[in-house]
Design a protein. Sequence first.
Length: 351
Amino acid sequence: MVAWFASRRCGPIGVDLGSRSVKLLQFNGDCTRVVEAARWDLPAASGSQAEGRVAEIIQAIQHAREGRRFRGREAVFAVPSGDLFVQNFRVAQATGPELDKIVSAEASSRLPFAGQEAEIRYLEAADVRQGDVVRREVIVLACRRAIVETVLAVAEGTGLQPLAIDVPPAAILRCYCRQFRRDEDQQLPMMLVNVGAMHTAVVIARGADAMFVKYVDVGGQQLDQAVARSLKMSPADAAALRRHNGDRRADQRDPDVTRSIAEAVRPEVERLTGEISMCLRYYSVTFRGQPLSRIILGGGEASEGLVEWLGGHLDIPCELGDPLRAYDKPASTGRSTQWDVAAGLALREQN
C-alpha cells in the first residue's frame, strides 16, 4: 500500500461539490473500509454562484460533517462539473515543457473565457495518425482561476485543509480502476458514464489512462423539466416524483407512474444516447483499437432502467456502477452510484 495512506489512520475526505448537493466520503488508512459518507442537499440555486451560494455550500458541508465520524481536516475537493471546460484535440508531437507550451497555446484559443483567467491542465491520451502525420491526442481540462479561488474559500470556511483540487472525470476513473485491477481488465477499454444533476460525464479509458472525456448537457434537471412539462407540474414536484419512484423497489412502483415518467423523459434519454454514440464514434475513428468491453453507469441519476436502455441501443454490455462494493461501509449510504466522484477524490494518492 502507498506509504501516504499507511502512515495515517484515515485518508482524506473526498468533497464532491455538486449543483444540488454536497457529498463527503472518507476511507480508513488502508482503503478497506468507508469510515463515513454523508450527503447534504443544497437549496435550489436562484442565480449566479455568488457569495450567497458559497455560504450555502459551506453550511451544507458543515451540516454533513456534524455528528458524523469523519476524522481529521485533510480533504480533496473537486472543481464543480459545470465550471469545467473539457475537450479532446490533437497537437504536434513533443515532450516536457515544449508540449506544455503547445497545449497551453492551443487550449487558450479554444477556451470560452480569456486564457489569462484560466487554470489549464491536460492528459496525454495516445499518438494518433492524421493523414500522413502522427500527432498527439490530449485531453484539456480547464476552469477560470476564480473557480479555484472559490473552492479554496469553501475549504477555509469549513475548516478543511485542501490537499488537492481535482476534476470529476479523474476521480470517476480512479474510483472504478480500484475495482477493475485484473490484468485483462487493464487492457480492455471501457466507458464510464456519470449521470449527474446538471451534466453527464463520459470517460473512455484503458486501465488508468483516459483516452476521451466529454460533458453532455443532460442530467437530472433536464429529466425533471421533461416530467414537469409532460405531467403539467412544477419542477420541484417532478423531481420529487422521479426520486420517490426511482428509490422504490421495482415491485413496489406504481406502473402508471413509472410509465408516465418513462414516456416524459424519453426525448432526453434519446438525446443522451445520441451523444454517447458520437463519443463512441470519435473513439473508434481516432484510436482504431479494441472495441469497448463495457459501459459502467454511475452518478446520482443512474438507474437500472437507463442501464437497460443504453445496453440495448448501443449494443455494448452495460452495468450499474457500485463504487463502494469492494469496501466495508455504513448501512445508510443510500443510492450507491452517487458516490463515485467522492470516492475517487478520497482515493487520491498524495506524494
